[in-house]
Structures are given as structure tokens and as C-alpha cells.
Write a protein that binds this ligand. Structure first.
Ligand SMILES: Nc1ncnc2c1ncn2[C@@H]1O[C@H](COP(=O)(O)OP(=O)(O)OP(=O)(O)O)[C@@H](O)[C@H]1O
Ligand SMILES: O=c1[nH]cnc2c1ncn2[C@@H]1O[C@H](CO)[C@@H](O)[C@H]1O
Length: 434
């Protein structure tokens, strides 16, 4: 596994503590590996630039992700094709993207649960999905289905806002029998999205998600929920608060979803409020950058050396150098917050922001997995005296997540085509230099 972020050598395993002789282990033992697993509605994104008039005609609410029936999907596709508006057809799905990006960044395995057409024709949507997914994403557990691949029309308006119209095909037909208990129990995290729960209860997806969560909770595997879109949360915020409280360790959202969940438009306050239901929050805020919030035991708090920031919670970043912990693992839980402005102010040209939030989440997942990997291989390291959730501090994870979001924004697809540049020796050095 590559280690998260671009680090100075001091951040890598100290050679001494990894010395096979002093550890009393054979010099050539194979390192133990871990993985991240996730459930998704396997979707191919059909991306097109469209006018507001087209959105209105198809009764699509700007910024939302809405299900459309086959007839509407057919005429929308025809119209986009006729107008030569389609710019790409590429693998998508919010968790599929996140796992792909995690695997690309970490050069490590992730496992996707979902469905796949049982008869894949060269050039078909299913074929594209498979071709556009990192070979590090294990697709062997996908459940074969006889029906069509799900399609997501990703419609980009002139203002850069994206609206999704979903033609679901068989995407929700994942059956609970397809969820592998061993894979979940041995993973560093289970990642799910709020979209999964809008599936028809009869289809199988909701039961599959429930089963996976049960396995994860029983094995103490962190459950990570990404919110999808604010429209989904707005429909029933109390349902989501209860769901998060019962099931979720880490919540990923943007500021609009945060507002829908908590009523607070300030992302810092939304993150703070969300800590009553979960252990850790990643809240992206577009051009404002991103916030993280979570807990650390009073004993392990570390003060920042960076400027203390004003905000709805004054000097909120005071302990941002601490490592995140679960609330239940703290004797004296203290809330910790961090913020970072967009990496280098953001790319000079942003064609669309699709997937930037998913990119940030994949960096956080990399940090979670790095902790598990380190623990499996060097359990006696003093690093593990603290029962932390992540390998790095809030501050470092913010930098990394932000750096990855920048990379997604700089390209034209939510899926990274490569990892971060190797020769960026230290984030600290390049951070503000263009
Ligand atoms: N206009 C922008 N300028 C600079 N940076 C940006 C801009 N928009 C987004 N970013 C960066 O990308 C990160 C994630 O963006 P954003 O909050 O838009 O995600 P999101 O709405 O969850 O996206 P998606 O749902 O498409 O994955 C931000 O935290 C920031 O670092
Ligand atoms: O209903 C849905 N289920 C799963 N993924 C979705 C849905 N709607 C949109 N996206 C996915 O979100 C990604 C950007 O974050 C897009 O790639 C799109 O495929």
C-alpha cells in the first residue's frame, strides 16, 4: 500500500520500528493486506452539456439526482445524440467512483458489491463499466443479472451545476446473498451512499445494505455514508439522523446536504451538529474548501502550529493536529475541527465539479486503510497505543482530501486516471506555490 498524502520521510514507517530483527520476525515475511469495500448501484455516466430549457422539458430539478422511466430515458438519449451533446460515456456511480479513486491513490484493493450484466457485449455499457474501472477494484463479487445496466445522464448546465437523471435498469437488484461476510469483516471500511436507500424495498438493494451494515457493525468495521444529494435528505431529515445514529461511523457530505440534515447552512456548524449522530464528518464546501470534525480523547489532543481560525466556533482548529478517534474510544471526548481552503485556490479552469466530493472521500478512506495496514503489520508500534480511527491527523487528512479534490476538478471525469504525482515531495513545500 502506498501511504496517504505526499509525505516527508519522517511520515513513513520509521525504519527502526520496522526492523525485522528488532521485531523478531523473519526478514521476508509478506505484509498483510487490507481492503475497503463498498456497495453501489452500478451505473454508466452519460455526460452532456445541456440548456436549462431541456432540464425543464424533462421535468428535471437542477442539481438533483432523479429516477426516470424507460420512455423518458429513451427520448432523452435520442435528443442528446441527435444534438451531438454527449461528451463522454464513462463508468460512474458514487461508490464505484470512490472505490476506483481509492484504489488508484493507494494502489491497493477495494471490493465492489453491485450487479453486472451476465452477458457482456464488447462496446456495451457493461463493457465500458468494466474497462473504465481500476484493475485494483475487485469486481469478482458482482452479482450477475439478466437485465440492463443502469445509466446516469449527467447533465451539466452552463453554470457548471450537474443534474442526474437515472435510468435504473437492474441496478437495485443486488440480493443479500451476494454480500460476502468475510470480505466485510476483514475490510478497513464499508462505504455506502444515501442513494442506495431510495431503491424499491422489493428489489433487494435495501436488504443487502442492511445485511452489510450488520456484518460491519458486528466486526467493528467503520461504516462510511456519503449523502449523494440534498434533495434526498430534505425529504425526511429525521429518517437520516436516526439512520446515521444507528449505523454510521463517518459521514461525508457537502454543505447543502449538511444544511438539509442539520438546518445549519454554515458547514462548520453542520459538521458540529452531525457529531451528535456519528464519530467523524467530512463536509466539503465547494470554493470554500472543506471541513472535518470529529473526536479525540483529551489525553491525545495535539495543538496546531498553524494560525487559529475565526468562525462560528472561534479558534475551531486549535486541535487539528490530533488524530481522529471514535467517541466511544475516548475517556474524555473532545470535539476537534479542521478546515482547509482549496488547494492552490482551485484549478484555473473547472469544467465541472462532478465527483470532487467523492475524490475527497477516497483520500479519507486511504487514510483509514493505512491505519489498518500499519496495525496489521506493526501491531506493536506506539502509534497504536491510541485507539484512533485514522492514520493521520485531521489537518493532514484535510490537506490530502483537498489535494485529491483538486486533481478531480482539473480533469473532466469523476474518476482519477492516475495517482497523485510522485515527485511532489512534500505538500507543505508546494502548497501555496503555483
Ligand atoms: N469552485 C471551486 N474552486 C476551488 N475548489 C473547489 C471548487 N469547487 C470544489 N472545490 C474543491 O473540491 C472539493 C469538493 O467540492 P464540492 O463541495 O463541490 O463537492 P461535492 O458537491 O460533494 O461534489 P460531488 O457530489 O460532485 O462529488 C472542495 O472541498 C474543494 O476543495
Ligand atoms: O442514484 C444514484 N446512485 C448512485 N450513484 C449516483 C446516483 N445519482 C448520481 N450518481 C453518481 O454520482 C456521481 C458523482 O458524485 C456520478 O458519477 C453519478 O454516477
Amino acid at each position: 500500500m502506498k501511504f496517504p498524502g505526499q509525505r516527508n520521510s519522517k511520515h513513513y514507517f520509521p525504519v527502526k520500528s520496522n526492523d525485522p530483527i528488532s521485531l523478531g520476525i523473519a526478514p521476508y515475511t509478506v505484509s498483510q493486506r487490507t481492503h475497503i469495500c463498498g456497495i453501489d448501484q452500478t451505473l454508466v455516466d452519460i455526460e452532456a452539456r445541456v440548456s436549462d430549457e431541456l432540464l425543464e422539458r424533462y421535468e428535471l430539478k437542477k442539481g438533483n439526482s432523479m429516477l426516470i422511466d424507460d420512455a423518458k430515458a429513451h427520448s432523452l438519449y435520442e435528443e442528446l445524440q441527435r444534438g451531438k451533446l454527449i461528451s463522454s460515456e464513462f463508468a460512474g456511480g458514487t461508490i464505484g467512483n470512490t472505490l476506483h479513486n481509492y484504489s488508484t491513490l493507494s494502489d491497493s484493493r477495494s471490493v465492489l458489491f453491485g450487479v453486472m450484466c451476465d452477458n457482456v457485449q464488447v462496446g456495451s455499457y457493461a463493457y465500458r463499466y468494466l474497462c473504465n474501472t481500476s484493475s485494483r477494484v475487485d469486481l469478482n463479487l458482482l452479482q450477475p443479472v439478466p437485465g440492463a445496466m443502469g445509466r446516469c445522464f449527467a447533465l451539466i448546465s452552463d453554470c457548471g451545476e450537474r443534474t442526474f437523471a437515472i435510468s435504473k435498469g437492474d441496478m437495485d437488484n443486488l440480493q443479500p446473498e451476494s454480500i460476502d461476510r468475510g470480505i466485510i469483516e476483514s475490510s478497513a471500511a464499508l462505504v455506502i451512499s444515501a442513494y442506495l436507500l431510495r431503491a424499491d424495498p422489493a428489489a433487494g438493494m435495501r436488504d443487502s445494505v442492511a445485511k452489510a451494515i450488520d456484518y460491519a457493525k458486528a466486526a467493528d468495521v467503520p461504516v462510511v455514508l456519503t449523502m449523494g444529494t440534498r434533495f434526498l435528505i430534505e425529504q425526511d431529515p429525521q429518517f437520516w439522523r436516526d439512520f446515521i445514529k444507528q449505523n454510521v461511523t463517518i459521514l461525508a457530505m457537502n454543505e447543502d446536504e449538511g444544511e438539509a440534515l442539520t438546518g445549519f447552512s454554515d458547514p462548520l456548524l453542520a459538521a458540529e451538529q452531525s457529531l451528535q449522530w456519528c464519530d467523524m464528518v467530512l463536509c466539503t464546501a465547494g470554493p470554500v474548501g472543506l471541513y472535518m470534525a470529529g473526536f479525540c480523547d483529551h489525553e491525545y489532543l495535539r495543538n496546531t502550529t498553524q494560525t487559529l481560525l475565526p468562525g462560528a466556533i472561534p479558534e475551531f482548529n486549535q486541535h487539528e493536529f490530533s488524530r481522529p478517534m471514535r467517541y466511544a474510544d475516548c475517556h474524555k471526548p473532545t470535539k476537534v475541527y479542521a478546515h482547509i481552503a482549496p488547494f492552490m485556490g482551485g484549478p484555473e479552469v473547472i469544467r465541472n465539479t462532478n465527483g470532487a466530493g467523492d475524490g475527497a472521500l477516497s483520500a479519507l478512506l486511504h487514510d483509514l486503510a493505512a491505519l489498518k495496514y500499519h496495525k496489521l503489520n506493526i501491531p506493536s508500534s506506539s502509534k497504536h497505543n491510541q485507539a484512533s480511527l485514522c492514520y493521520s491527523s485531521f489537518s493532514q487528512i484535510c490537506k490530502y482530501a483537498n489535494r485529491v479534490a483538486f486533481e478531480v476538478l482539473s480533469q473532466d471525469s469523476p474518476r482519477l486516471s492516475r495517482g497523485l504525482p510522485e515527485r511532489e515531495d512534500s505538500l507543505e513545500e508546494v502548497y501555496w506555490e503555483r
